[in-house]
Design a protein. Structure first.
Length: 192
């Protein structure tokens, strides 16, 4: 496919990575990714999302296992190339062994928080891909950070209880990426 420029290539080719090398994400790249998240649009310019970066393997594994325990949507096909916990029940780490995690928190009971968080997520995923870093958006953060020990951990890192979990973002270099573009479902684009 011909792309008008590298930004368009990134947008069209970026895809979810769940198979990561154990190598840490380059510090400059990681900093750029989270700075892109902080610069995402937000409702009324409120800049609600707070990002907590964690590269501690033990913490990432403990929280990833908790994320998997909270999963209650059953089995269904998501990806055979990059299997998710919905594809493979033997995966016990809902963060897929990613060496770096970004936890996004947004103001509690604020109607635009999910949108603001999603904007931050998209910016980070696009920035990551452009830098050769794979990512995976993980949900259930609002429930995970209501579990007492996880909330206490976030509190210790400086996250106010007035901010609730919005999403987690796994980051790492792909260990295997045999991607082919997915066909788009029909009837999703209307012109008048
Ligand atoms: C709102 C949302 C929630 C998601 N939750 C999860 C999740 O909990 N675990 C996971 O492995 N992937 C999750 N994903 C990633 C999707 O499964 C993935 O984006 C989708 O299958 C399309 O694949 P692609 O990103 O490679 O195009 C989520 C994505 C979105 C946008």
């Amino acid at each position: 496919m011909q792309y008008a420029n590298e930004t368009i290539r990134t947008l069209f080719e970026k895809h979810t990575i769940r198979k990561y090398l154990p190598d840490p994400v380059d510090r400059t790249a990681l900093e750029t990714i989270v700075q892109a998240g902080l610069r995402a649009p937000s409702s009324g310019g409120t800049q609600g999302p707070v990002l907590l970066v964690c590269e501690d393997r033990g913490t990432n594994l403990a929280l990833g296992r908790l994320s998997k325990l909270l999963y209650d949507e059953g089995a269904y096909p998501v990806s055979s190339a990059q299997p998710s916990i919905a594809d493979d029940d033997t995966i016990d780490d809902g963060f897929y062994g990613a060496p770096a995690m970004v936890h996004c928190f947004t103001p509690r009971d604020y109607r635009y928080s999910p949108f603001d968080g999603s904007m931050a997520a998209a910016n980070m995923m696009i920035a990551a891909w452009s830098l050769g870093v794979g990512s995976c958006f993980v949900s259930r953060a609002e429930r995970l950070f209501e579990v007492a020990w996880a909330r206490e951990w976030a509190r210790k890192q400086g996250v106010s209880d007035d901010w609730e979990g919005c999403f987690h973002l796994c980051l790492g270099y792909p260990s295997d990426d045999s991607w082919t573009p997915k066909p788009l479902y029909p009837n999703r684009l209307l012109w008048c």
